[in-house]
Design a binder for this molecule. Sequence first.
Ligand code: SAH
Ligand code: DHB
Ligand code: MG
Length: 224
Amino acid sequence: MERMSKEKWTAVDQYISEQFIPPDPALDSALQAASSAGLPAINVAPNQGKLLMLLARAMGARKILEIGTLGGYSTIWLARALPADGRLITLEFDPKHAEVATKNIARAGLAHIVNVRLGRALDSLPHLISEAPFDLIFIDADKTGYADYFHWALKLSRTGTLIVADNVVRDGKIIDANSSDENVQGIRRFNNAVAAEPRVIATAIQTVGSKGYDGLAFVLVTGG
Ligand code: SAH
Ligand code: DHB
Ligand code: MG
């Protein structure tokens, strides 16, 4: 049952990609290079990457912050929404991931827009105050840090900033309050922090597809 669903979700993702996302040398080679370097294939799916790009474009984003770079796949999608003088800062603590990402971003012609910052996100975030506010912030690093990243995202926001967080459903495990999975507990702390925050309007959407059953949270900063 589970397997059949995953097969169908993947086939439909394939169909959606064929309809809306033509072959793309920069994105395709970014995934190829990540795979060759042994990075895990935990990037967003193509249609999710395009959703991030579409949201950033709809907002007219000029400054984007990403927490969790991996091989730069979502980074490339997001950076493509930016104008020529736009800026994207992406935080990554694994030097190998950052190196693969930096090459992928350069190959995509986005090196002048994107800055990969090496280090633990919680160490890098305080240094971003002078570069704030960001128009869109994508949270996609370690799940145990999500609640902290949300608080930093708020600090680095303006009224109208959109915060998007990946992996907020985790196969439905998220509803188990007694879960012994620290990632699940991390996402639950994030969801609780968002729900308790009066300065935002928030929702979450379950997703299925080539990356399995998961979800995305959308948090609009209103300033209260
Ligand atoms: N956004 C990427 C996927 C990110 S995967 C995409 O969709 O293409 C999560 C990444 O966060 C991994 O590369 C991991 O090394 C990084 N990461 C995990 N913990 C981190 C931390 N504390 N600080 C910075 N990066 C971290
Ligand atoms: C996994 C997926 C992700 O999108 C991510 O950011 C981290 C981990 C996973 O499937 O393990
Ligand atoms: Mg993710």
